[in-house]
Design a binder for this molecule. Sequence first.
Ligand SMILES: Nc1ncnc2c1ncn2[C@@H]1O[C@H](COP(=O)(O)OP(=O)(O)OP(=O)(O)O)[C@@H](O)[C@H]1O
Length: 761
Amino acid sequence: MVGTPMNGRRLSFGFGNGGHDLGPSSTPPSNAGSDYGSYIDFTREDVEALLNEKSKRKDRFNYKERCENMIDYIKRLKVCIRWFQDLELSYSLEQEKLKSSLELSQQKCVEIELLLKIKEEELNSIITEMRRNCTSLQEKLVKEETEKAAAMESLIKEREARLDFERSQTTLSEDLGRAQRELETANQKIVSLNDMYKRLQEYITSLQQYNGKLHSELSTVEGDLKRVEKEKATVVENLTMLKGQLALSMASQEEATKQKDAFASEVTSLRSELHQVRDDRDRQISQVQTLSTEIVKFKDSSEKSGSEVNNLTMKTNELETKCTLQDNHIKELQEKLTLAENKLEVCDISAIETRTEFEGQQKLVNELQKRLADAEYKLIEGEKLRKELHNTILELKGNIRVFCRVRPLLPDESCSSEGKIISYPTSMEASGRGIELTQNGQKHSFTFDRVFAPDALQEEVFTEISQLVQSALDGYKVCIFAYGQTGSGKTYTMMGRPGHLGEKGLIPRSLEQIFQTRQSQQPQGWKYEMQVSMLEIYNETIRDLLATTNKSPSDTTRAENGTPGKQYSIKHDASGNTLVSDLTVVDVESVKEVAFLLNQAANSRSVGKTQMNEQSSRSHFVFTLRIYGVNESTDQQVQGVLNLIDLAGSERLSRSGSTGDRLKETQAINKSLSSLSDVIFALAKKEDHIPFRNSKLTYLLQPCLGGDSKTLMFVNIAPDQASSGESLCSLRFASRVNACEIGTPRRTTNGRPTESRLSYF
Ligand SMILES: Nc1ncnc2c1ncn2[C@@H]1O[C@H](COP(=O)(O)OP(=O)(O)OP(=O)(O)O)[C@@H](O)[C@H]1O
C-alpha cells in the first residue's frame, strides 16, 4: 500500500472493484516497484507528526542525524512523486478504458434496464406474492404471538406452579422426612406385628392341630362309640337269645321236675301198694300157716268131721290161689317199681344236666350283663366325651355362625337376560362356603360358614344344624334364626312346605331329633322334661300364639290376638335367661303334641299377601323349647333352650306395594330389622353401649346375640334379577354378622328353675 499525505487519508488508485471503483483502495499499484515499497505505510499526518516530533526533538538529535533523516525523507518524497506521476498516467489510460467500458456498460445498462423491468415485474409479482405471504405470515405472527403470549402466560403459570411445586416439594421433603421417620417406626411396628403375626400363626396352627386332634379324637370316640354300640347290640342280642334258651330250659326243667314228681308219687303209690300187697301176702301167708296148722289139727281130728275138712281144704286152696295171684301182682308191681325207679333215675340225671346247663347259662348271662354294663358305661363316657368335643369344636368355630341358603327360581320368575346373578366359586377354600352376586356388571364375593345352593334338600340343611340342636339337649342355649327379604325362603327353611313330608323344615326336624335322642338316652338314665312356648312380635307387640283365647284363623282383626289387654313384658334374669311374663307354656311329651301346637300357632300367625309373596309372614315368629334333663344314675342335670326364629321379611316399600295397615306392618318390620342391624354393628365394633332395647326383637334376642348362647343365622336369598339389590344388602348384613364375636357359650348344668311357668328364652 502507498501512504500519501492526502487529506489525511491513505490513497490508492487501484481497480479492485471490477475496475469501476474510483474510491480509495488498499491495493498497491503493481508497478510501484520495490524502491518505495518501504514508504507505503506513511500518511501525511505521520510525516507531519514525524516532522513535528523531529523539530520538537531538535535538542535531543544532532543536526547530522536530522539531515540524514531529511534526505532520506526527501528521497522518499521523490519516489512518491514519481509514483504519483506513474499513477496519473495509468489513470488517464484507465479513464480511456473506462469511457469505452462505460459505453459498453450503458448499453448493458439499457439491456439490464429492460431486464430489470422484466425482473421488476417479476419482482412486483413476487412482492405481491410476498406481501400476501407477508400478510399471512403477519397473521401467523399475530397468532404465534398470541400463542407465544399464551405460552408465556402458561410459562409464568408454570413458573408459579414450579415455585409452588418447589415450595410443596420442600414441605413434601419435610413430610417425607417425617414420613420416613414414621415409616421407620411403622417398620418397627411391622416387625413387631410380624412377630406377633408369626406367633399368632403358630398359635392358630397349634389351635388347628388341637382342632384336628379333637376331630380325630372325636372320630375315634365316635368309632369307639359305634363299636361299643354294635357290641352292645350283639350282647343284647346274645342275652335275649340266652334268655330265650334259659326260659326254654327252665320250662323243660320244670317239665322234668313235674315228671319226676309224678314219677316219685307214682313210685310212692306203687311202693305203698307193694307194701300193702306184701302186708296182704304176709297176712295171707300167716293165714295159710294158721290154716295149715289148723289143717294138721283137723287132720288129727279127721275122724271128727269129714265135711269140715273139706271146707277147710277148699278154704286153703282158695287162699293158695289168692296167694299165687298176689305173688303175681307183687311181681308185676315190683317190675313197675323197677321201671319207675329207672325212669326216676333218668329224670334225676336229666335234672342234674339241666341244672348244670342252667347254671352255665346263668353264669353266661351274668357275664354278658357285666359286659353290657361295661359297654353302657363306656357309652355314657363316650357320649360325654363326644358332647365335650363337639361343643369345643363349635366354640372354636366362633359363636354367631352364618349359613346362606339360595332358593330356586319360582315358576313366575324368569332368569335375567345377562344370565344368572348368583354363582358359587369352586376353589378348594371357598367350595361350599362362597357365593358371588353380580349386580350392574360388578361381582360381589362373600364367604360364610356354609352356602346352600338352590338344589340343597331340607334334609341336607338339617344335617348341618343337627349338632347344634343336639347342644340344646346338652344344656346350651341355642338360637337359630332366618333372615332375608320377603319371599326369599325363610318360612320354607324353618317350617317347610305344609303337607309335604319330605320338605319338612328345620323346626319339625329338630323336634323329631330331640325326641328321638330323649328316647335313646333313657337307658343311660336320662330323663327329660320339655316345655314349648310360641310368640310373635307384630307391630312391636308381643302376641301369645298358644293362648287359648286366640282368634280363629278366619278372624281378620289382628289387634286382639292373645289374651285381650294382656301386656307381655320381657325380662332377663341374672343367669342370662329371658322371661316373657304370662306367656303360655305347654308341657310336651311327643313330637305329635308339638306338631299340634305348631299347627295351632300357624293358624294364629299374622300372615298376609304382598306383591312379593302370596303367604308373607308379617311378624317375627319365635318358637322356644325349654329342656330340663336329669340323669338319675349320675345325678347330672342340664337345662337347655332351643329358640327357632322365623323373622319377618325385609322389603322395600316401593317393591312391596304396601298401603294402609300393610304399610304400617312393613314399617314396623323394617324398623325392628334395622334395630337388629344396629345391634350387630355395635357388637362388631365392640362398642360399650349395645342398643338391645331399641326393639322388642333385639331385646328378646339379647342373650343370643350378646350372651352365652350358640347362635346360627340363616341368610335367605332370592336368585331373581329383580331382587339383586335386596340380596346384596342381605349378604352384606350377613357378612357383618359373621364377623361378630359375642362371647363364649355356657352350658347350664345347674338345678331346675324356680318359676317354671315363665317362658325361658
Ligand atoms: N329351597 C326352596 N325350595 C323350593 N321352594 C322354595 C324354597 N325356598 C322357598 N321356596 C318357595 O318360595 C316361596 C317363598 O318362600 P317363603 O314363604 O318361605 O319366603 P319368606 O322368606 O318366608 O317370605 P316372607 O318373609 O314374606 O314370609 C314359597 O312358595 C316357597 O315354597
